[in-house]
Ligand binder design. Structure first.
Ligand code: IVH
Length: 688
């Protein structure tokens, strides 16, 4: 029995659904690929829900490219096998991490093409070698119909459902693309997404991922697409498989670079680090330049790939077994290496947090020599079961602190003791406790603990707080150990003799420290607040508090509710601030610092009205024509904006002046808006 009359869609509804799909696609592309959304998230969500509601009424009208199909899907028992229409090749690897790696490739290609020294330099495309996993995406009539892993190159696994959860992969393409189009590229996880995922796993007491590549591979091969959807993945296109008809969609590609530009225009992410270069010298320069940028990239790469740009030369060069003759991968030094654990120390942080740290036999990894690696906390150390004497894999990627990834159990000799967290602070002997629901042990000694005292003093004296130039960790160790400083105000009571009597302290240096201390007395409220070292109060929160209240006393006396009214202050931060100022000894420290002459200009509470730049983050680079850096920063902050040191997806604007450096490149790479001084002034005045 059918009831077509009741349930058949109104013609308008079908059209509306098509239109919603189209609009949502456009905005998803702006959001995920261009990193430049033009509508608020809430508006996207509203349209998305509207489409979902229509699809619930008319499931027969759900198309595979509907944005709603990115989430959900059924749990699989196993992945189906997919035979690739064209095999997915691998590339020859050049492991020589010297410039000669690039020179060898150029020489080989020239020889194979029969070129001599008088012939001009060859044109290549140089690309990063992304450290993720290869994926082939098959579009038919412009709709994503299948995604497959590389497998053995001939047969891979059908991971279509999971690929649809990746926001950067388009589900449908503009009109006019080839009837069959296979796009090949790398699925990977950004470092910030990886760190956030592991933090979350740790806080849930679940297993952490070894590196972004494993996390990405695990997500792609996750049988439950709902879990895959929660793992943040990204994609870069670097080539094509089957394309039929080969010259459809406009351009008949002459070069690999053209092909990538076309893919980009169809909505695929193509790295802006992909460059055309000529001859061996430029290949070498590219290798070195990318090597220098490697740590600062938002994602892992393990080398670069060189490809002959001309597609006709590519076919002339052909293949040897599974590897094309026209491409080579040139590796960077490894980011993971083997070494042995010499000891496991426990370090005490400023807030008393105890961190187990593996002392390692020195090893060169990710471009630097590493001797320490964090084990994070007791659970993590136990989960990885790191013991003294073990052979371990250490990893250092980007600016992240080196980590022990795993232990090679078959290399363990004898049966070394399992690591246990001490129940007493290794520095002051106070009880170490682990609060329920927390992963960390903390020393309960507070400022009685000399390790915490030292850290607290260093924190207060650092450049971003009141800044006492020349007061480094060695000197603080000496002063605390000699008993001449116990609390922060003691810093300002230091006499020349006490300082000059410290070992290895020349009179001149003693005087310099006293001068620096004197200078540090004139500070600002945000610097002072940050310097106090209140848990969860970083620089940004200190600035927000200062802006909101204007003066210190109202902050010290504010209730949790009043604190919650400050932008960026949530319940945990509010509670921490309240607890800090509820301690008589902390108020006493503040009073004594003021009595010693530490001072700042107090202001008026900020008006509650939204400021022109609130919620926006700026990065300054280069020299501006009239504004100094500090001046520009102050103006931005006074207008409610934030100033950050590095460019990320979340940056709203990069303000670029003369001789702008890599931050400008980074902005262009991420599609972050760039303004000059005039543009900044317009924004400050409330212009868009
Ligand atoms: S091109 C015929 N380009 O490296 C060449 N591969 O063995 C086909 N990879 O697992 C690959 N970045 O997933 C190419 N820019 C890039 C790449 C890249 C990473 C991976 C690829 C494959 C391996 C090549």
């Amino acid at each position: 029995m059918t009831t077509p009359d009741l349930f058949a869609p109104e013609p308008d509804e079908a059209a509306l659904m098509a239109q919603l799909r189209q609009t949502l696609h456009e905005h998803a592309h702006r959001y995920y690929v261009l990193d430049a959304p033009t509508i608020p998230d809430a508006e996207y969500d509203r349209m998305f829900r509207q489409l979902q509601a229509l699809e619930a009424r008319h499931p027969e009208l759900i198309t595979p490219d509907s944005p709603t199909q990115r989430v959900g899907g059924k749990v699989l028992d196993q992945f189906a096998q997919v035979r690739h229409a064209l095999p997915m090749l691998s590339i020859r690897t050049e492991t020589d991490t010297q410039a000669s790696g690039a020179e060898n490739f150029d020489a080989r290609i020239r020889r194979e093409l029969g070129l001599t020294d008088v012939d001009p330099a060859l044109e290549y495309v140089a690309e990063p070698k992304f450290d993720g996993l290869a994926m082939s995406l098959r579009f038919e009539h412009g709709v994503l119909v299948q995604a497959a892993t590389r497998g053995d190159g001939e047969v891979g696994e059908d991971v279509t459902q999971n690929s649809r959860t990746i926001g950067q992969i388009p589900l449908s393409l503009p009109a006019g693309v080839p009837t069959v189009l296979e796009v090949r590229g790398e699925v990977y996880m950004r470092r910030d997404d990886f760190e956030a995922l592991n933090d979350k796993q740790r806080s849930l007491g679940q297993k952490t991922f070894v590196n972004p590549r494993n996390a990405a591979a695990g997500a792609v091969r996750q049988l439950d697409p709902a879990i895959a959807a929660r793992r943040p993945l990204s994609f870069f296109a670097y080539g094509v498989g089957e394309v039929t008809p080969p010259d459809a969609g406009g351009p008949v590609w002459q070069t690999h670079f053209d092909l990538l530009q076309t893919l980009k225009s169809w909505g695929f992410p193509v790295s802006s680090l992909v460059k055309i270069v000529h001859g061996a010298a430029e290949l070498v320069a590219y290798y070195e330049s990318i090597g220098q940028q490697r740590d600062g990239l938002g994602f892992d790469i393990d080398g670069v790939v060189y490809k002959v740009n001309s597609l006709s030369l590519q076919s002339q060069l052909g293949f040897v077994t599974r590897e094309p003759r026209w491409a080579v991968a040139h590796k960077f030094p490894a980011q993971e290496m083997l070494t042995t654990v010499l000891a496991i120390d426990v370090q005490v942080g400023r807030t008393g947090k105890l961190t187990p740290v593996a002392k390692l036999a020195p090893v060169f990894v990710g471009g630097v020599t590493v001797t320490n690696a964090t084990l994070h906390n007791e659970d993590e150390a136990r989960r990885k079961d790191v013991r003294v004497g073990d052979t371990v894999i250490v990893r250092r990627a980007g600016d992240v602190i080196p980590e022990v990834v795993s232990v090679l159990l078959d290399k363990r000799v004898d049966d070394p003791a399992i690591f246990t967290m001490p129940r007493h602070c290794p520095v002051c002997g106070s009880a170490a406790v682990r609060e329920e629901g927390e992963a960390d042990y903390r020393c309960t000694g507070g400022l009685f603990c000399s390790a915490q005292r030292k850290q607290a003093i260093l924190h207060f004296a650092q450049r971003r707080a009141v800044e006492v130039e020349g007061l480094g960790d060695k000197l603080v160790d000496q002063m605390v150990d000699a008993g001449i400083i116990n609390t922060l105000p003691d810093l300002y009571r230091l006499g020349f003799t006490a300082l000059a009597n410290l070992a290895r302290m020349a009179e001149k240096s003693a005087q310099n420290i006293l001068d620096a201390l004197e200078k540090s007395k004139q500070t600002t409220l945000p610097r002072f607040l940050f310097g106090l070292g209140i848990r969860h109060v970083g620089e940004a929160t200190a600035k927000a508090l200062a802006r909101h209240f204007g003066k210190l006393d109202p902050i010290m006396d504010a209730s949790e509710e009043e604190l919650l009214a400050v932008a960026d202050v949530g319940p945990i931060v509010a509670k921490s601030i309240r607890t800090f100022f509820d301690q008589a000894h902390n108020r006493e420290v503040v009073e004594q610092l003021r009595a010693c002459g530490v001072n700042w200009l107090e202001g008026e509470p900020a008006p509650v009205a939204a400021q022109p730049l609130s919620g926006q983050t700026f990065v300054l680079t280069g020299t501006l024509p009239t504004l100094g850096r500090e001046e520009a920063k102050a103006l931005i902050e006074a207008a409610g904006g934030k100033v950050a040191g590095s460019v990320s997806k979340k940056t709203s604007y990069v303000v670029a002046g003369a001789e702008a450096g890599s931050k400008l490149d980074r902005a262009q790479e991420l599609g972050v808006a760039v303004v000059d001084e005039a543009g900044l002034k317009e924004l400050l005045d409330g212009g868009a």
